[in-house]
Design a protein around this ligand. Structure first.
Ligand code: AHR
Length: 664
């Protein structure tokens, strides 16, 4: 009898369980993917990169130079340099001293350091790097400098890398031979790793010697290019497979004053002739002052074009339009003096695409790239607003279209995604039949989740859209407390289904800003963080990567109860077909706190039996990646089986998932 009761109880439990499964399955939200029709072509430029030299992203970051102020050209010419044994107030120092001399040789590189050594080995000159120098054990570093010997007998210059503990971790010596300026080179092999090494220079013999352009680069750069870019940082960009590279910003394009605007012509040609300029982010924020932030332009327009080519992205330069940043001085170039600014734009197109027989094509060729860069896009103005912008934009547009009708011009709608400036800009640019308008939004995570339908109602006869700068702000715009947390990244993932669903209109998108040095930053959040030795992608980076790696070629319709999936039950979805890989790709974000059962039903195509599933999920909305846990929130791979052309899955709570299914 006892066993009969036990049996009955077991049957009851099993039936409840199977009932639960049934309920769970019938509770599944059905997402229907219509794979029969391409709703629009996905532009190859859909997911790209916005690069700006903010947060030490160029000097101290991507540009691998380890010496700060190598040419003594900062307004405080010895900034970054220390002379520990020298008394700068007394000419009769026991050890010696360095004096800045202004020469007339090169207007861009006037300052040299005249070193007077009074005591053999007693005088020390130390460069502190960008919050130190990242040195890796076993790696080789290219040292170079210019020198001209003066009176006396300086027979040797010693270069030592000093680790945090004060120990020498690599060294070399060079014997200067000439009284004329000469370039000297050597290599330092490091026998230990240090995140904050310094370069110490001492002298053998006494006397005078002039020095300039003291430089140290790792040999292990991206593609092994001499004096090139930091390999780990470019690798992160390359891995995204971005559709375009926008450069050089951002507000840096405009400058706080017109004199401080970015002038591309000053960033090409020999590096010692590139004139250093203050970085506009140097003292922009009182809460994050970086007074030693300058632009050496070692990473200049040639290098940007080359980088774009290296990572397979369209180059997208943005030029100033005769308006300094309107958040700062807002200085304006009078309309009748706009000529040189417009000429800069025309010359840039020649620099990028012109034949080697043209003046600017020749400059490109002499820099090592005789083939054109085949640039298609140019941006005019960054975050300008109001009638003065429209007036100036028109002058550029007319000149560019007249000479280069195939170049696509990008205009801007200002710093905000709504309000007076935005409405005015959009209306005027629409009237002008502008090709592509750049929109910027730094908003709360909630805003991102609530605006996944932003583009559903845009006029399809108006300009195409470039979502050129966006990022969810966990606290407030430009707050130093903003975090690259999962809440922000997931909200962006949800929002981006809306960008993708509107791929007929939205042709380019990019998160901003791109990079930040862990100690040298001014603005947060940022997509990639680095220190002198390491770099990691944030959760936001992996969301961008998931989209860019799975951009597809054709937009498909995905619906829930016949409607686009834009937040019902806290679900967001978009779908594409990739005709190169012959796959259907479905992206789903679940912003809710509960896991959800989903049934993906594929109509209009024969799908395979197995799905590749890439999941980013954590219940911890505040979670962030870090140097200690760089992959804490990153896509995890798994598989799932389809049944009768449909996929039944459970999407975890707070998750972004990409499902990829081959077509038969
Ligand atoms: O991305 C940081 C800044 O935000 C950009 O320079 C500017 O365009 C925007 O205001």
């Amino acid at each position: 009898m006892k066993s009969l009761w036990k049996g009955l109880a077991l049957i009851l439990v099993l039936s409840i369980c199977s009932l639960k499964v049934l309920v769970a399955q019938s509770d599944a939200y059905q997402l229907t993917i219509d794979a029969s029709t391409s709703k629009a072509k996905i532009q190859p430029t859909m997911y790209g990169i916005f690069f700006e030299d903010i947060n030490f992203a160029a000097d101290g970051g991507l540009y691998a130079e380890l010496v700060k102020n190598r040419g003594f050209e900062f307004p405080l010419p010895k900034m970054g340099w220390l002379e520990p044994n020298s008394d700068r107030h007394s000419l009769n120092t026991a050890s010696g001293m360095g004096t800045i001399i202004k020469t007339e040789n090169q207007p861009a590189n006037r300052n040299i350091l005249r070193v007077m050594v009074n005591n053999d080995q007693g005088y020390e000159l130390i460069n502190e790097g960008f919050r130190g120098m990242g040195i890796k054990e076993g790696q080789a570093y290219d040292l170079s400098f210019q020198a001209a010997k003066g009176e006396g007998r300086i027979s040797q210059i010693n270069f030592q890398l000093i680790g945090e503990n004060g120990k020498v971790i690599g060294e070399t010596s060079v014997a200067p031979t000439s009284a004329n300026w000469q370039v000297y080179t050597s290599v330092i092999k490091a026998d230990a790793t240090a995140e904050k090494a310094r370069l110490k220079i001492t002298f053998q013999g006494t006397g005078l010697i002039d020095l300039d352009m003291i430089s140290l680069f790792p040999q292990d750069t991206w593609k092994g290019r001499k004096y090139g870019l930091r390999k780990d940082l470019v690798q992160l960009l390359y891995d995204m497979d971005p559709g375009f590279l926008r450069f050089p910003g951002g507000c840096i394009v405009e400058g706080r004053t017109l004199a401080q605007r970015y002038q591309w012509k000053k960033t090409v040609g020999p590096i010692e002739e590139r004139e250093a300029l203050v970085n506009r982010w140097n003292t922009e924020f009182n809460h994050r002052l970086t007074p030693d932030y300058y632009q050496s332009f070692g990473l200049g327009f040639f290098e940007y074009f080359q980088l774009a080519e290296d990572i397979g992205a369209e180059a997208m330069p943005i030029l100033g339009c005769g308006m300094a940043c309107q958040f700062n001085t807002g200085e304006l170039v009078p309309m009748d003096e706009l000529g040189p600014y417009v000429q800069d734009a025309l010359d840039l197109i020649e620099f990028a695409n012109g034949d080697v027989s043209t003046p600017w094509g020749k400059v490109r060729s002499e820099m090592g790239h005789p083939e054109p860069f085949n640039m298609t896009y140019i941006g005019i103005g960054n975050e300008q607003w109001g009638p003065e912008y429209i007036k100036r934009y028109l002058v550029f547009e007319e000149a560019i279209k007249a000479k280069y009708p195939d170049i696509v011009i990008i205009s801007g709608s200002g710093p905000f995604p709504d309000g007076e400036y935005f409405e005015y800009g959009m209306e005027e640019l629409t009237k002008l039949n502008a090709a592509i308008v750049d929109e910027h939004y730094y908003r709360s995570p909630e805003w991102f989740r609530e605006n996944a339908t932003r583009y559903d109602s845009y006029d399809r006869n108006g300009p195409k859209i470039f979502a050129g700068e966006y990022a969810a702000q966990s606290v407030a715009i430009a707050s130093p407390d903003n975090k690259n947390n999962w809440n922000c990244a997931l909200s962006e993932a949800a929002y981006m289904t809306g960008l993708e669903r509107n791929a007929d209109l939205v042709v380019m998108t990019s998160y901003a800003p791109l990079m930040a040095h862990a100690e040298g930053w001014q603005w947060t959040p940022d997509m990639i963080w680095f220190n002198n030795l390491q770099a990691y992608g944030t959760a936001n980076y992996y969301v961008q990567k998931m989209y860019a790696n799975n951009a597809g070629t054709d937009l498909l319709q995905v619906t829930l109860d016949g409607q686009p999936v834009t937040g019902q039950h806290q679900l967001y979805a978009s779908s594409v077909m990739d005709e190169n890989t012959n796959q259907v790709i479905v992206k789903v974000a679940n912003t809710g706190a509960e896991a959800q059962s989903l049934k993906l039903v594929f109509n209009g195509a024969k799908v395979g039996k197995e799905a590749e599933v890439w999941t980013m999920a954590t219940d911890e909305l505040e979670a962030v990646n870090s140097f200690e846990e760089p992959m804490k929130i990153s896509p995890q791979a798994s598989t799932a089986m389809l049944k009768k052309s449909s996929l039944e899955v459970k999407i975890p709570a707070h998750a972004f998932v990409v499902y990829k299914i081959g077509l038969r």
